[in-house]
Write a protein that binds this ligand. Structure first.
Ligand code: ATP
Ligand code: MG
Length: 543
């Protein structure tokens, strides 16, 4: 199997040496929020690696932090993974293993490798030492096995207040790796757990629970992000010292960071709680549920994850690179349609009183897509900005006495401009060139501009929403996200759309000609066109 990244190189090596004979991964979210684009990278990696080697990938909920976790998040995470089209082998929860994890801790105590410590959290961290100085041993480090066992069972039975005692692994206070300096592996915490309720008042720490859970699930490769690299010796220590029957291996990869957005559940949660967005599924959010609401195709996100690849060095990816994949996908798949954002009324004075139908190309990039009929009438709307009273040089759109082509219809000429009392353009009086019909143009008139339009006789009112980034760009990097917040990230237009847009299925995505990719939604009976991505490609391949 050809390796596409360093993880696959490692696996190929292990398979060749007979160190492993299968590949079993897991995607391990903590159910304390919704998944975001960064998690998509981890999902693609975990599910993709398992698939490539004919192996299995579990969904594993790392629910060892009861105060922040909720069933709502569990359900949302499952829905997001299903949306991406990944199928997990089994679902497990760290909480399913709490009894087993407890017994492993008891075993450590019996082996003289863990002790109950009475130091408070701040005392423990004060004695932990620094990168250059060793830590100090706890005065409770040499308690007898019997005393430790008794105290640990008492911790479990609720004899101590939160924070009064912890269980620590007895490793090495002078280790150059601070994670190995007698890390806390159990804490007293009275918090209602979303699955185990009030059964437990002690909870294992992530570093202790995770390797045990990986092992119990038969995970061979426990893939996690780079910040856990320093935790790997502890991961291995737990695997070696808790008598697990199966030995998984931790491999770290670089986190995905994307410009102009927030990529941490903690901050995303704050945005929701502060009301800065409409919810986790606000279309501006980088959450998977937000992207789905936005209309981003799952395949576009997967193509992006594949293109950025998997590496060991952290980097920040331009959001325009992600947008490039959305556009690329929709350009090939989305139907075309027309809507006018800021309607300007146009009367085509020589057009017959009865309406006519034009052939409209559904998707020029898809030969099988064909055409559909659109209504053309004496009264139409064009985009206000497609007419200039005082045109700048090289203005190819409509101006007085100038010609322009209406997309998939006729060439029109502007004969007169009606102004309102304030001197603003109110209406245009135009004439059309009957021989210029699209597909059978014999007029001989050359026009440089082609503009979109809708027939006023059949147009429906719509609300058009365009979005900006949630965060201001890179020059603000390093500052707290609240200072970088872009408070002007939704722009609303009251436009006019083809009636077709009101009829099609909810959620359909379109390219609104010359405007961008939009998704159809209905809110309170009103047609809403919600931006997925603009037409302009900000991504420069050689930048
Ligand atoms: P956050 O900081 O957003 O809360 P997390 O790492 O705490 O993220 P988890 O629920 O623990 O979130 O993540 C589940 C898996 O997804 C982990 O393996 C984690 O390393 C991975 N992951 C999270 N964020 C990213 C990211 N930005 N890029 C790649 N993988 C990520
Ligand atoms: Mg985490």
């Amino acid at each position: 199997m050809e390796a596409n990244n360093f993880i696959e190189e490692i696996i190929n090596g292990e398979l060749a040496e007979g160190k492993v004979n299968e590949v079993h991964t897991r995607f391990p979210p903590e159910p304390n929020g919704y998944l975001h684009i960064g998690h998509a990278k981890s999902l693609c990696l975990n599910f993709g690696t398992a698939k490539k080697y004919g192996g299995l990938c579990n969904l594993f909920f790392d629910d060892t932090n009861p105060s922040k976790e909720k069933t709502e998040y569990v359900e949302a995470i499952k829905a997001d993974i299903e949306w991406l089209g990944f199928k997990w082998h089994e679902v497990h929860y760290a909480s399913d293993y709490f009894d087993e994890i407890f017994l492993r801790a008891v075993k450590l105590i019996k082996d003289g490798k863990a002790f109950v410590c009475d130091l408070k959290a701040d005392e423990i961290s004060a004695m932990r030492g620094t990168l250059t100085e060793p830590g100090k041993e706890s005065p409770f480090r040499n308690r007898s096995v019997e005393e430790n066992l008794e105290l640990f069972y008492k911790m479990k039975d609720g004899a101590f207040a939160d924070g009064e005692k912890v269980l620590r692994a007895k490793i090495d206070m002078s280790s150059p790796n601070i994670n190995m300096r007698d890390p806390v592996i159990y804490r007293v915490l009275r918090a209602h757990h979303h699955r185990t309720g009030d059964k437990w008042c002690i909870y294992p720490m992530y570093d202790f629970a995770h390797p045990i859970c990986d092992s119990m699930q038969g995970v061979t490769h426990s893939l996690c992000t780079l910040e856990f690299e320093d935790h790997r010796p502890l991961y291995n220590w737990v695997v070696e010292n808790t008598a697990v029957s199966h030995k998984p291996r931790q491999i770290e990869f670089a986190r995905l960071n994307v410009t102009n957005t927030v990529m941490s559940k903690r901050y995303l949660k704050k945005l929701v709680e502060d009301g800065a967005v409409r919810g986790w599924d606000d279309p501006r959010m980088p959450t998977l549920t937000g992207l789905r609401a936005r209309g981003v195709p799952a395949d576009a996100l997967k193509n992006f994850c594949e293109a950025i690849g998997v590496a060991k060095a952290n980097s920040e990816i331009e959001i325009t690179y992600f947008e490039h994949f959305i556009r690329d996908y929709l350009n090939a798949h989305a139907q075309r349609a027309m809507a006018v954002f800021e309607p300007l009324k146009v009367t085509i004075t020589n057009f017959p009183d009865c309406d006519e139908e034009e052939d409209f190309e559904i998707n020029p990039n898809d030969e099988t897509a064909g055409t559909r009929k659109i209504n053309m009438s004496k009264h139409i709307y064009i985009e206000a900005e497609d007419f200039a009273l005082v045109p700048p040089p090289k203005y190819f759109r409509l101006k007085k006495d100038g010609y322009v082509r209406l997309k998939n219809a006729y060439i029109i000429k502007c004969d007169d401009v009606i102004l309102d009392d304030d001197g603003n353009v109110k209406e245009l009086l135009c004439s059309f060139v009957p021989e210029s019909r699209s597909g059978s143009d014999t007029s001989g008139i050359k026009t440089k501009g082609v503009i979109h339009w809708v027939s006023a006789n059949t147009a429906v009112d719509c609300e058009i929403r365009k979005y900006d980034y949630l965060l201001k760009d890179a020059e603000y990097a390093g500052q707290d996200f609240s200072e970088r917040m872009n408070y002007d990230s939704v722009h609303v237009y009251n436009g006019k759309a083809e009636p077709y847009l009101a009829r099609v299925d909810e959620g359909t995505s379109f390219q609104l000609m010359r405007k961008g990719y939009y998704k159809k939604v209905t809110e309170n009976g009103k047609l809403v066109l919600s931006e997925i991505v603009s037409l302009k490609d900000g991504y420069k391949p050689n930048k």
